[in-house]
Design a protein around this ligand. Structure first.
Ligand SMILES: [Zn+2]
Length: 512
């Protein structure tokens, strides 16, 4: 049986207003899910929301709502955003759903019975904002080192997960699997954290009740992080759909670097205790920092992905997110930078190729794409370039390097733009070289077809529109890459349907 590919995003904290960071991790995961579907793999792609915890209960109380009513209202903006951003998740998990709560309870009981969870007492400095305990040495002027808010001295009965018992095994695993935690800088962070010694972590709370109850101790609810991590198991069918679970486990996790420890230390501990395979990869994405004031104007310090999509188009923003910075690094988000990418890469390189080629097909061939030529002399070099770039693209996409894959595609676009200049279709027409002209025009449309296919996981709506203009009856997603992403598959004979620019130029507003 073919082994499936399982991609996850973090489940987002339901109290948050969705911002560009949420959109980033989700779009990245979506691009890989889309790629693997086209590559013929079975894919399961999961995203969702994290809906328990003290802060959620507090926010509900402030609004005069029951916690469940509150989260039911808060989940909508996330679901709407993913639909706006063409996110193709197979399931949207909410940690308040019944099935999930049962899985959490089952896991909690099992780990308790086998001695990986035990009862103890916790004493420490607690920040209600992060729902996090801090050691006294970590505090800044006795305030939370993360948010600066005052912390409270708290003592409570708590259940603990024996993280300490697994640290050597986990270190060995990380050593033996260099791609397990990416990028390397994050891997090193986790290794030195593990080497410095890991303490058992609290996995239950008694101070509030908005959470999954510990099944054998009604005073306690399961700690929100423990509950949230288990979404990756629930979502794919752990204990509820064994066949589905077996087909897709283990996952590739896309996370933000701020939740690295939970995913790369606590989560593998839980999985080892459950006797499950560890994730194929934990990929920590970097942060976008605001590089200029323009984007932040309307919404304080948050980059609003809806506003961006309205102004620039969803596909252009998706392209920017994937192309601008290497996965795992931080990037600067500037409005000018975004517009420059759209104008240079999309409007100039890609758009011009299409909007130079289609008018020539119209002018010289009444808009009909020439049939696949019998000779290949004029397109031989372009064909060779394309074949090499397709290999490079596939290799990079399989290694979750979408940026490198896109850079390769843009080399193909550059080669095709040069090919127009060097083959001079207007002179072939003037000289009456019909065979040569057919071959050149066919080669250009073929190159555009391949570039559209390769960028389709990143810009799905644009890909559909491009195929429409090229006169193809199918969508780029109708067939597998093994059949379509090969030089020479274009039969020709179709009637092109030129339309409005696929990548409109954005006019930069003058500096204020
Ligand atoms: Zn804090």
């Amino acid at each position: 049986m073919k082994k499936g590919c399982y991609f996850t995003t973090p489940i987002y904290y339901v109290n948050d207003v969705p911002h560009i960071g949420h959109a980033y991790a989700t779009v990245v995961a979506d691009v890989f899910a889309r790629y693997h579907r086209l590559a013929g793999d079975e894919v399961f792609f999961l995203t969702g929301t994290d809906e328990h915890g003290q802060k959620v209960a507090k926010a509900a109380e402030d609004r005069g709502l029951e916690p469940q009513e509150h989260v039911d209202k808060m989940v909508g903006p996330f679901q709407d955003l993913w639909s706006l951003y063409s996110v193709s998740n197979d399931y949207f998990i909410r940690t308040t759903e019944e099935r999930h709560q049962q899985v959490v309870q089952e896991i909690f009981s099992r780990l308790y019975e086998q001695g990986d969870i035990y009862k103890g007492t916790y004493e420490g400095w607690y920040c209600i904002h992060e729902e996090n305990y801090w050691a006294e040495g970590q505090l800044v002027d006795m305030n939370c080192p993360d948010c600066g808010r005052p912390v409270k001295r708290v003592t409570e009965d708590s259940y603990f997960l024996k993280t300490s018992g697994y640290q050597d095994r986990l270190l060995e695993y990380i050593e033996a699997h260099p791609d397990f935690i990416r990028p390397v800088v994050r891997r090193n962070e986790v290794v030195s954290f593990l080497e410095s010694g890991v303490q058992d972590v609290a996995v239950s709370r008694t101070a509030f009740s908005w959470g999954v109850p510990v099944p054998f101790d009604s005073e306690h609810v399961v700690y929100v992080w423990f509950d949230a991590l288990i979404n990756y198991l629930t979502g794919v069918g752990y204990t509820t759909d064994d066949e589905h679970f077996a087909a897709f486990w283990p996952p590739v996790h896309l996370i933000g670097k701020d939740i690295l420890k939970f995913h790369a230390v606590i989560w593998p501990t839980m999985l080892m205790a459950l006797g499950l395979d560890l994730p194929k990869a934990i990929i920590a994405t970097g942060f976008w920092t605001l590089g200029d004031q323009k984007i932040s104007k309307s919404r304080g310090k948050v980059i609003d992905p809806i506003e961006l999509a309205d102004e620039l188009g969803v596909d252009a923003v998706r392209y920017f997110l994937l192309r601008e910075m290497p996965l795992g690094h931080d990037g600067e988000f500037t409005h000018d930078g975004l517009v420059r990418r759209i104008n240079d890469d999309l409007a100039n390189d890609f758009g011009n190729l299409i909007h130079r080629t289609l008018p020539m097909v119209k002018k010289y061939r009444d808009g009909v794409v020439p049939k696949r030529p019998a000779t290949a002399g004029r397109t031989a070099a372009l064909a060779e370039t394309a074949a090499g770039i397709i290999d490079e693209y596939n290799k990079n996409m399989r290694a979750e390097n979408a940026r490198e894959a896109l850079i390769a595609v843009w080399r193909l676009l550059a080669a095709a733009n040069k090919f127009i200049d060097s083959s001079q279709p207007w002179n072939l027409s003037k000289d009456g070289d019909d065979q040569g002209l057919d071959e050149v025009l066919w080669g250009l449309i073929e190159t555009i077809r391949l570039a559209v296919l390769m960028t389709y996981p990143i810009m799905p709506a644009t890909g559909e529109a491009a195929f429409e203009q090229l006169g193809f009856d199918e969508s780029p997603g109708d067939k597998l890459f093994s059949d379509e992403l090969v030089w020479g598959r274009l039969a020709g004979g179709g009637q092109t349907r030129p339309g409005s620019p696929l990548f409109p130029r954005i006019e930069l507003e003058p500096k204020e």
